[in-house]
Design a protein around this ligand. Structure first.
Ligand SMILES: Cc1ncc(COP(=O)(O)O)c(C=O)c1O
Length: 438
């Protein structure tokens, strides 16, 4: 038994499944003890170039010096969780967010992305007086009852789906009341017709969606899809919520919304906003956000949380955003250069070895599907991607010291700490893996 296995055996006695977020389970088990910049180190003495980035928050790299220093300063200044009245630091963070993301008039600060999407739905229900919500098949918006449905369903669970129709709902968890599914609809990404049909026949409070799907690889919007949704929402009085927990700050300082040019009514952020520290943001138009303080108690939306805007993650978020703001061209330029080289190198390698793969990239985020075209929705992925080969590829990369999460279709993330040499080394090792993959 190696050290990681011993840790796992110990932990599973006290933690069901041995890990604290069950989607972290990996087999063979590895236990990481240290991370610096682009690298992970495990307890058994192995070093990896990291593309998992803990499901993507580490945009600047692990333990970024400026972010860490801000956290140390906050602690040394005896900033503590005060739990009464406003704090200087939450105001500074809120102002930074609203300045950097033009579509944010105001924000509330949470601990996680899930809390942010939870509040988005409550706001939308109060504002519209409606209960039903549309999510995307293959989108992930958190673990709570409103949204924990329809991520990576097996084909037989969604085989009733036809273009223009909603997907059968599949809860991701037991314990979600059956009434919940009466309030929710799942549609395939890029299926504008299905959305239009639902908006015409149902009273929909909100469409909550990742603007690009990034929890099943990377699925990009077809031309006019996001614009079409915006128009339909306006026509039918439905709020458009962009869940930018994964896309926000990774692709641009003002979010993916600044790239696609579509303005959501509300948006959620998390992950990269604090470079790995736990922080979420719900924000958007003032007239909607002001429902948190609506004078009519029947319309006022509750927001609470003992740890909201805790000074430690807030210090990390302020430092992260200032680095991104002050070095915007350098950071996003570097990420784009490395991302482009990764994409080019992977394409060359798979072509040379006669694999029918498709690598999709948005800036520093990338994925290789083992299928011959860019997927348009989850059914396309599950029908055509060679999931077993995809997983085997990842496992072989990990053996070589390249850490991608070993689940098929999981998106890779390059950080500002990665160097051109890291990418070349990754491509060199990938070539060795691909040469033996068939
Ligand atoms: C797009 C998206 N939204 C929401 C969440 C939930 O965020 P958290 O895990 O911080 O609750 C995630 C997490 O992966 C996500 O990718």
């Amino acid at each position: 038994m190696n050290k990681a296995e011993r840790i796992f055996e110990h932990n599973r006695k006290f933690i069901p499944g041995g890990v604290v977020s069950l989607n972290r389970s990996i087999d063979p088990v590895r236990s990481f003890v240290k991370a610096e910049g682009a690298y992970l180190y495990d307890v058994d003495g192995n070093k990896y170039i990291d593309y998992h980035a803990a499901f993507s928050p580490h945009l600047l790299g692990h333990n970024e010096a400026g972010v860490n220093q801000a956290v140390v300063d906050s602690i040394q200044n005896n900033e503590s969780l005060m739990g009464a009245g406003p704090t200087l630091w939450e105001g500074e963070l809120a102002e930074l967010l609203c300045t950097l993301v033009p579509n944010l008039d105001s924000v509330q600060i949470t601990n996680t992305g899930s809390e942010a999407t939870f509040h988005a739905i409550r706001l939308a229900r109060s504002v519209t007086g409606r209960d039903e919500v549309i999510i995307m098949q293959g989108g992930y918006n958190g673990w709570h009852n409103d949204v924990a449905f329809n991520l990576m369903d097996p084909l037989d669970k969604i085989d009733g789906w036809k273009p223009g129709k909603e997907c059968p709902l599949n809860a991701m968890s037991a314990g979600i009341p059956s009434t919940q599914s009466k309030l929710l609809h799942a549609v395939q990404y890029n299926d504008l017709q299905a959305i239009e049909n639902l908006l015409k026949t149902n009273k929909i409070a909100a469409i909550l969606m990742e603007p690009i799907l990034q929890n099943i690889g990377i699925i990009k919007p077809q031309e006019g899809f996001l614009e079409g949704i915006r128009e339909l929402c306006d026509t039918h009085g439905t709020l458009l919520v962009f869940d930018e927990v994964k896309t926000g700050f990774r692709h641009a300082l003002a979010g993916y919304q600044s790239i696609c040019g579509v303005r959501p009514d509300l948006c959620s952020f998390g992950k990269a906003v604090a470079n790995g520290y736990p922080l979420g943001v719900i924000g958007g138009k003032k007239e909607i956000m002001d429902y948190f303080i609506h004078p009519d108690p029947q319309k006022r939306v509750m927001v609470a949380g003992t740890y909201n805007a805790h000074p430690t993650p807030v210090a990390a978020a302020i430092a992260t955003l200032k680095i991104l703001r002050d070095r915007e061209a350098e950071v996003y330029g570097h990420l784009e250069t490395l991302g482009a080289r990764m994409e080019e190198g992977l394409n060359e390698i798979f072509k040379a070895h006669d694999f029918k793969t498709t690598t999709i990239r948005q800036g520093s985020a990338f994925v290789t599907y083992f299928m011959d075209h860019a997927p348009q929705n989850w059914t396309d992925v599950i029908s055509h991607n060679d999931m077993a080969l995809d997983k085997r590829y990842r496992e072989a990369l990990i053996e070589k010291g390249i850490f991608h999460f070993p689940t098929a279709t999981k998106q890779g993330s390059i950080s500002f700490a990665h160097t051109a040499e890291d990418i070349e080394e990754t491509l060199r090792l990938t070539e060795a893996v691909v040469a033996k993959l068939k």
